[in-house]
Design a protein around this ligand. Structure first.
Ligand code: HEC
Ligand code: HEC
Ligand code: HEC
Ligand code: HEC
Ligand code: HEC
Ligand code: HEC
Ligand code: HEC
Ligand code: HEC
Ligand code: HEC
Ligand code: HEC
Ligand code: HEC
Ligand code: HEC
Ligand code: HEC
Length: 448
C-alpha cells in the first residue's frame, strides 16, 4: 500500500520534472526563434530569399530582423505604422529642407526603397528613370527630342529624390541647374549687354528640361512658331500687314535677325541694326515686283548719308516686320512722281521735318529752297494736281549731291535727270522737266 503510494508519487514527480524540462527546452527554442536571429527567421523554408539580392540593407544583412519588426505573438509581428519614423531611427531626417518630395514628406520611404534588399543600388525598387516612372508620367520623356541627361537615365542629375532648398527639388537655383553642365553657354552668355527677358527668367520658359517635339527640346519650331507663342502681337501684325518683308521668310525666319538668348545689341539683334539689314541687302534682290537695289554698295558709293542713316537707323523709316505702306515704310510716302498735295502724303518725312516747309507760299525762314521769299518747296509740292513728291528731287538714303538731291529720278521707265547745282546763296537745276532754272535766296533770280 505504502509502496504503491511511493511509486505513484515518484512517477508523478518524474513526469513533472520531465514536463518542466520539456517546457524549459521548448521555451528556449521559442525564445531563440522569437529573438529573430538569422538562423531562426531565414531558413530553407522561411524567408529563404532574404539576403540573396545584390544589395542588402545593413540591418537585414546581419539578420537583425528585430531592429525593425516588433514581435507580438508566436509568429505575429506588429504592422509598421509609420515607415518614415522607423527609418529615421537610424538615418538622418530627409524632410527638413524647403522642397520635400511628396512621398518622402509622407514617410513612404518603401515606395522607392525595399526595406530589405534589391538588385539595385540603395535597395531601390527600380533603376534610373524607371523608378521615377513608377509614379510619374512617361510622357515627360517621350518627346521626339530627349534631353541628354534624361536619355541616359538620370533624373537625379537635376532632381534630388528626397529634398533640396530649391523648387521642384532641383539641385541648384534657376538657370544654375542648366549651367552646371552647359558651362560653355554660361561662358558665352556672361557679360552680354542684353539678355532676352525669358532667358533671364528661366531657360525652361523655352527648353523643356526633359523632352520636346522640336529640336533643342523646344515646344515649337525654333525659328518662328516658338517666338509667336509669346509675341502674339507680332504674329498678328505680320499676318495682317499688306506689304510683307522678304527678310522674315528666309530659312532662319526670326533668327535671321534676332538671337534668342543674348546680344550685345538692343532688341536681341544679331549685329548692329544697320549691319543686320546688310546681311541680306548687300546684293541686288530679285522679287516678283522687280529688282531691289544693293543698298550696301549704294551707301558706299553715295557718300552724303541722310541723318537717320548716319545714325545707322534704318528702322526710323522702315518697319522690318512689314507695313501697310509701300517699301515697308512706317508712314505713308507716295511711291509716285506726282501726287495731289496733301500733307498726309509726306507723313514719313514730316515725322522728323517741319511740315511748314511746304505750307507757306512766301517765307524767308522755313526753307533754303526759295528764290527770294518765294518758297520753291511750296511751288513744287503744294499743287492740287501734279504736285511733285519729295522723291522727285530727294533720295531718302544718300546721294553725292548736297541736300540729298538725286542725280535722277525714275519717271516711268526713264531715269529723269535732276541736274542740281548748288551755289552759296541758292542753286540751279536742269531737270528733264524743264529748262535750267536758278534760285537765289538774297537776290531772287528772274527765270524765264
Ligand atoms: C530596416 C528595417 C527592417 C528590417 C531590418 C527588416 N524589415 Fe522586414 N519589413 C520592414 C518594413 C518597413 C516592412 C514593410 C514593407 C512595406 O511597407 O512595404 C517590412 C516587411 C516585411 C515582411 C512583409 C512582406 C514584405 O516583404 O513586405 C516580411 C516577411 C519581413 N519584413 C521580414 C523580415 C525579415 C525576415 C527580416 C530579417 C531578416 C526583416 N524583415 C528585417 C522593415 C524591416
Ligand atoms: C536599425 C537601423 C536602421 C534602420 C531602422 C534603417 N536603416 Fe537603412 N541602413 C542602416 C545601416 C546600418 C545601413 C548601412 C550603412 C552603410 O552601409 O553605410 C543602412 C543603409 C541604408 C541605405 C543604403 C545607403 C548606402 O549608402 O548604400 C538605404 C537606402 C537605407 N538604409 C534606407 C533605409 C530605409 C528606407 C529605412 C526605413 C525603411 C531604413 N534604411 C531603416 C540602418 C538602418
Ligand atoms: C521617390 C523615391 C524615393 C523615396 C520616396 C525615398 N528615397 Fe531614398 N533614395 C532614392 C534614390 C533614387 C536614391 C539614390 C540617390 C542617388 O542616386 O544619389 C536614394 C538614396 C537614399 C539613401 C542613400 C544615399 C543618401 O542620400 O544618403 C538613403 C539613406 C535614403 N535614400 C533614405 C531614404 C529614406 C529614409 C526615405 C524616407 C524618408 C527615402 N529614402 C525615400 C529615392 C527615394
Ligand atoms: C511613389 C511615387 C513617386 C515616385 C517613385 C517618384 N515620385 Fe516624384 N512625386 C510624387 C508625388 C506624389 C508628387 C507630388 C505631385 C503633385 O503634387 O502633383 C511628386 C512630385 C515630384 C516633383 C515635383 C515637385 C514639385 O515641387 O512640384 C518632381 C520634380 C519629382 N516628383 C521628381 C521625381 C523624380 C526625379 C523621381 C525619381 C527619382 C520621382 N519623382 C519618383 C511621387 C513619386
Ligand atoms: C536637366 C535637368 C533635369 C533632368 C535630367 C530632369 N529634370 Fe525634371 N525638371 C527639371 C526642371 C528645371 C524642372 C522645372 C520645370 C519648370 O519650372 O517648369 C523640372 C520639373 C519636373 C517635374 C515637375 C512637373 C513638370 O513637368 O514641370 C517633374 C515631375 C519632373 N521634373 C520629373 C523628372 C523626371 C521623372 C526626370 C527623369 C525622367 C526628370 N525630371 C529629369 C530639370 C530636370
Ligand atoms: C547633367 C548635365 C546637364 C544639365 C544639368 C543640363 N543639360 Fe542640357 N544637355 C546635356 C547633354 C549631355 C546634352 C546633349 C549634348 C549633345 O547632344 O551634344 C544636352 C543638350 C541640351 C540641349 C540641346 C543642344 C543640342 O545641341 O542639341 C539644350 C537646348 C539643353 N541641353 C538645354 C538645357 C537646359 C535648358 C538645361 C537646364 C534646365 C540643361 N540643358 C541642363 C547635359 C545637361
Ligand atoms: C526664348 C526662348 C529661349 C530661352 C528662354 C532659352 N533658349 Fe536656348 N534656344 C532657343 C532657340 C530658339 C534655340 C535655337 C537656336 C538656333 O537654332 O540657332 C536655342 C538653342 C539652345 C541650345 C543649343 C544650340 C546652341 O546654341 O548651342 C542650347 C544649349 C541652349 N539653347 C541653352 C539655353 C540655356 C542654357 C538657356 C537659359 C540660360 C536657354 N537656352 C534659354 C530659345 C531659347
Ligand atoms: C516665353 C516667352 C517668349 C518667347 C518664346 C520669346 N520671347 Fe521674346 N520676349 C519675351 C518677353 C517677356 C520679352 C520682354 C518684353 C518686354 O520687355 O516688354 C521679350 C522681348 C523680346 C524682344 C525685344 C527685346 C528688347 O530689348 O526690347 C525681341 C526682339 C524678342 N523678344 C524676340 C524674340 C524672338 C525672335 C523669339 C523667338 C526665337 C522670342 N522673342 C521668343 C518673351 C518671349
Ligand atoms: C530682317 C530682320 C528681322 C527679322 C527677320 C525679324 N525682326 Fe524683329 N526686329 C528687327 C529689328 C531691326 C527690330 C528693332 C526695331 C526697332 O528698333 O524699332 C526688331 C524688333 C523686334 C521686337 C521688339 C520691338 C518691337 O517691335 O516690339 C520684337 C518683339 C521682335 N522684333 C520680334 C520678332 C519676331 C517674333 C520675328 C519673327 C517673326 C522677328 N522679330 C523677325 C528685325 C527683324
Ligand atoms: C534675312 C535677309 C534680310 C534681312 C536681314 C533684311 N532684309 Fe529687307 N528684304 C529681304 C528680301 C529677301 C527682300 C525682298 C522682298 C520680296 O521678295 O518682296 C527684302 C526687301 C526689303 C525692302 C523692300 C520691301 C518691298 O517689298 O517693297 C525694304 C525696304 C527692306 N527690305 C528693308 C530692310 C531693312 C531696313 C532691313 C534691316 C532692318 C532689312 N531689310 C533686313 C531680306 C532681308
Ligand atoms: C529717312 C527714311 C529712310 C531711312 C532711314 C531708310 N530708308 Fe530705305 N527707303 C526709304 C524710302 C522713302 C524708300 C522708297 C524710295 C523710293 O522708292 O523712292 C526706301 C526704299 C528702300 C529699299 C528699296 C530700294 C529699291 O530698290 O527700291 C530698300 C532695300 C531700303 N529702303 C533699305 C533701307 C536700309 C537698309 C536702310 C538703312 C541703311 C534704309 N532703307 C533706311 C526711306 C528710308
Ligand atoms: C527719322 C527722322 C527723319 C526722317 C523720317 C526724315 N528725315 Fe530728313 N533728316 C533727318 C535728320 C536727322 C537730318 C540731318 C539734319 C542735320 O544734319 O542738320 C535730315 C536731313 C535731311 C535733309 C538735308 C538737310 C540739310 O540741311 O542738309 C533733307 C533734304 C532731308 N532730310 C529730307 C528728307 C525727306 C525728303 C524725308 C522723307 C522721305 C526725310 N528727310 C525724312 C531726319 C529725318
Ligand atoms: C523740286 C525739287 C524738290 C522737291 C519736290 C522737294 N525738295 Fe526739298 N529741297 C530741294 C532743294 C533744291 C533743296 C536745297 C535747298 C538749298 O539749301 O539750297 C531742298 C532742301 C530740303 C530740306 C533741307 C532744309 C531746307 O528746307 O532747306 C529738307 C528738309 C527738304 N528739302 C525736305 C523736303 C521734303 C520733305 C519734300 C517733300 C514734301 C521735299 N523736300 C520736296 C528740292 C526739292
Amino acid at each position: 500500500m505504502c509502496n504503491k503510494w511511493v511509486r505513484r508519487t515518484s512517477l508523478f514527480l518524474c513526469l513533472s520534472v520531465f514536463v518542466f524540462v520539456l517546457f524549459l527546452s521548448l521555451r528556449k527554442r521559442l525564445d531563440a526563434a522569437y529573438a529573430g536571429t538569422k538562423e531562426s527567421c531565414i531558413t530553407d523554408k522561411c524567408h529563404s530569399r532574404m539576403g540573396k539580392e545584390k544589395f542588402v540593407h545593413g540591418p537585414a544583412a546581419v539578420g537583425d530582423c528585430s531592429a525593425c519588426h516588433k514581435q507580438e505573438g508566436k509568429h505575429k509581428f506588429a504592422p509598421i505604422a509609420n515607415v518614415g519614423d522607423l527609418c529615421y531611427k537610424c538615418h538622418d531626417r530627409l524632410d527638413t529642407k524647403k522642397a520635400v518630395h511628396k512621398p518622402v514628406k509622407e514617410g513612404k520611404c518603401t515606395k522607392c526603397h525595399d526595406a530589405h534588399q534589391s538588385p539595385y543600388r540603395f535597395q531601390l525598387r527600380a533603376e534610373g528613370v524607371n523608378l521615377c516612372f513608377m509614379c510619374h508620367d512617361k510622357k515627360l520623356a517621350s518627346g521626339k527630342f530627349v534631353h541628354g541627361p534624361v536619355a541616359v537615365g538620370g533624373c537625379t542629375m537635376c532632381h534630388n529624390p528626397h529634398q533640396t532648398d530649391y523648387p521642384r527639388m532641383l539641385n541648384a537655383a534657376g538657370n544654375e541647374v542648366c549651367f552646371t553642365c552647359h558651362v560653355d553657354k554660361a561662358e558665352a552668355f556672361k557679360g552680354k549687354k542684353f539678355v532676352h527677358k525669358p532667358v533671364q527668367d528661366k531657360c525652361v520658359n523655352c527648353h523643356s528640361p526633359h523632352s520636346g517635339d522640336f529640336q533643342y527640346n523646344l515646344p515649337a519650331e525654333a525659328t518662328q512658331d516658338l517666338c509667336f507663342r509669346c509675341h502674339k502681337d507680332k504674329k498678328e501684325w505680320i499676318s495682317k500687314v499688306k506689304v510683307k518683308h522678304g527678310g522674315l521668310t528666309t530659312e532662319r525666319k526670326c533668327l535671321a535677325c534676332h538671337d534668342p538668348h543674348v546680344s550685345d545689341y538692343a532688341k536681341q539683334l544679331i549685329k548692329a541694326p544697320m549691319d543686320t539689314c546688310m546681311t541680306c541687302h548687300d546684293k541686288q534682290l530679285d522679287t516678283p515686283d522687280g529688282k531691289i537695289m544693293n543698298m550696301k554698295s549704294y551707301l558706299e558709293n553715295n557718300k552724303d548719308h541722310h541723318g537717320p542713316i548716319k545714325q545707322k537707323d534704318c528702322s526710323a523709316c522702315h518697319n522690318t516686320h512689314g507695313s501697310d505702306n509701300f517699301r515697308i515704310l512706317r508712314k505713308y510716302f507716295p511711291p509716285v512722281f506726282y501726287a495731289p498735295f496733301d500733307p498726309k502724303n509726306y507723313d514719313l518725312c514730316f515725322n522728323c521735318h517741319e511740315k511748314t516747309l511746304v505750307l507757306e507760299p512766301r517765307t524767308t525762314t522755313l526753307t533754303g529752297f526759295r528764290n527770294g521769299d518765294q518758297n520753291l518747296h511750296f511751288l513744287h509740292v503744294n499743287k492740287a494736281v501734279k504736285g511733285r513728291t519729295c522723291r522727285a528731287c530727294h533720295d531718302a538714303h544718300a546721294t553725292n549731291n548736297p541736300k540729298h538731291i538725286r542725280d535722277s529720278v525714275p519717271f516711268g521707265a526713264w531715269p529723269l535727270p535732276v541736274g542740281f547745282h548748288k551755289t552759296a546763296q541758292g542753286g540751279s537745276c536742269l531737270p528733264g522737266c524743264h529748262q535750267k532754272f536758278e534760285y537765289n535766296r538774297t537776290n531772287p533770280v528772274k527765270n524765264r
